[in-house]
Write a protein that binds this ligand. Structure first.
Ligand code: KG4
Ligand code: ZN
Length: 367
């Protein structure tokens, strides 16, 4: 694309998991200050209620709920931004990774809007949305080290530039949020499990159970959480019938094991990051994904960053979890570079940010 305006209004659409989301972001640029984003609207409909009874996301139910909700959410996003389709400069849509049914709903809707209003389509990698959010919230541009911890992903990457990522570590089994959810489920707590585990842990003794710290000390900053979850199950079985104090102690001990593991993996990834970035750049760690809301994890990362002389940046919680503002923002940055897509663009269930990284196989590994 040529003659891209210096100010772009981008509609973002996110339907890759259990949030139906639409947002309008205005992205302005000049040659000296780079890019600045303003969120004009950010509408998210969570399908939590639909999935809670099953203790996890059911793909078919998610896809149907996206079909039912998306048009209304887009209309709401335009209304709150006080814009109409004719004010838009492009439509950015999550094209993967994620649940294929939901991705198709978002993609078909985005294409329809582009065809009707003659707008460019930008397919965005959901992980790139998370990775670039700090540009929107804190005006931070690459390079930085990214810790992405959500229900579907657990990765450590160096963000070198838009579209240029080097993965240092990923999970070989469960994602971190998934480990929180499964732990909560086996202790009879609600879904999503992360906030429940965190709440019960506040009343617990983190030293009562000596849970494993998986992968600690390994040279590559990968993660593994399924063994930890099994250890929680075994200890929980020994405590039957579970009392409130047992649950609190199990949650606190689990959470501390998680924080120790994550901090060790981040410290290792920092060494990799320093090797691949210029030495005079200030070191920065950015955290994204729903688990970034966890206060004990934040505290652990703050201590690590203080000790390592690293700046820690965590976007506000509602922009760490799944949303469409991050998709609109990533789409705007791509459009500024002329990186829009043809209208026959497909969706992908798996789509790693670093295409050269060795793929990991197993449940929970989506990219
Ligand atoms: O990023 P997100 O909203 O959705 C995706 O998975 O993409 O992350 C949701 C995950 C869930 O697994 C949830 O249990 C976890 O983030 N989570 C937390 C906390 N809040 C949400 N985990 C630990 N502590 C929390 N406070
Ligand atoms: Zn996400």
């Amino acid at each position: 694309m040529t003659n891209i305006p210096t100010s772009l209004n981008i509609l973002g659409i996110e339907t890759s998991c259990d949030e139906t989301a639409a947002s309008i972001v205005r992205c302005e640029t000049n040659n000296t200050n780079g890019y600045r984003g303003t969120i004009l609207s950010n509408c998210v409909h969570s399908q939590l209620k639909e999935h809670a009874v099953f203790g996890g996301v059911v793909p078919e139910i998610a896809a149907r709920a996206h079909v039912e909700m998306l048009d209304d959410i887009i209309a709401q996003a335009l209304k709150e931004a006080k814009l109409t389709f004719t004010d838009l400069d492009g439509v950015a849509v999550t094209a993967g990774p994620g649940l294929i049914g939901g991705l198709l709903v978002g993609m078909m809707t985005a294409k329809m809007i582009c065809l009707t209003h003659n707008l460019p389509l930008i397919g965005v990698n959901h992980l790139e949305g998370h990775a670039l959010t700090v540009g929107l919230t804190d005006n931070i541009s690459p390079p930085y080290l990214l810790l992405l911890v959500s229900g579907g992903h657990t990765q450590l990457l160096t963000v070198k530039d838009i579209g240029d990522y080097q993965r240092h570590g990923t999970t070989v089994d469960d994602a971190l949020g998934e480990a929180f959810d499964k732990t909560a489920k086996l202790l009879g707590l609600g879904y999503p499990g992360g906030p429940q585990v965190e709440k019960h842990a506040t009343k617990g003794d983190a030293n009562r159970f000596a849970f494993p710290r998986p992968m600690i000390g390994r040279k590559e900053p990968h993660f593994s959480f399924s063994g930890l979850k099994t250890a929680v199950r075994q200890e929980a079985q020994k405590c039957q019938p579970l009392q409130d104090q047992d649950i609190a102690d199990l949650c606190a001990s689990f959470q501390t094991a998680v924080v120790d593991t994550v901090c060790d993996r981040v410290a290792t990834a920092l060494q990799h990051y320093r090797l691949v970035t210029a030495q005079n750049e200030p070191d920065r760690l950015v955290v994204a994904g729903g688990v970034a809301a966890n206060k004990i994890l934040r505290q652990g990362l703050e201590e690590l960053c203080n000790a390592e002389d690293v700046t820690l940046i965590i976007p506000p919680a509602h922009l760490c979890t799944d949303n469409a503002a991050m998709i609109a923002w990533a789409g705007a940055l791509r459009l500024h570079r002329g990186l829009n897509d043809p209208l026959d663009l497909g969706v992908k269930a798996r789509w790693p940010l670093d295409v050269d990284a060795t793929p990991m196989t197993g449940a929970g590994v989506k990219a």
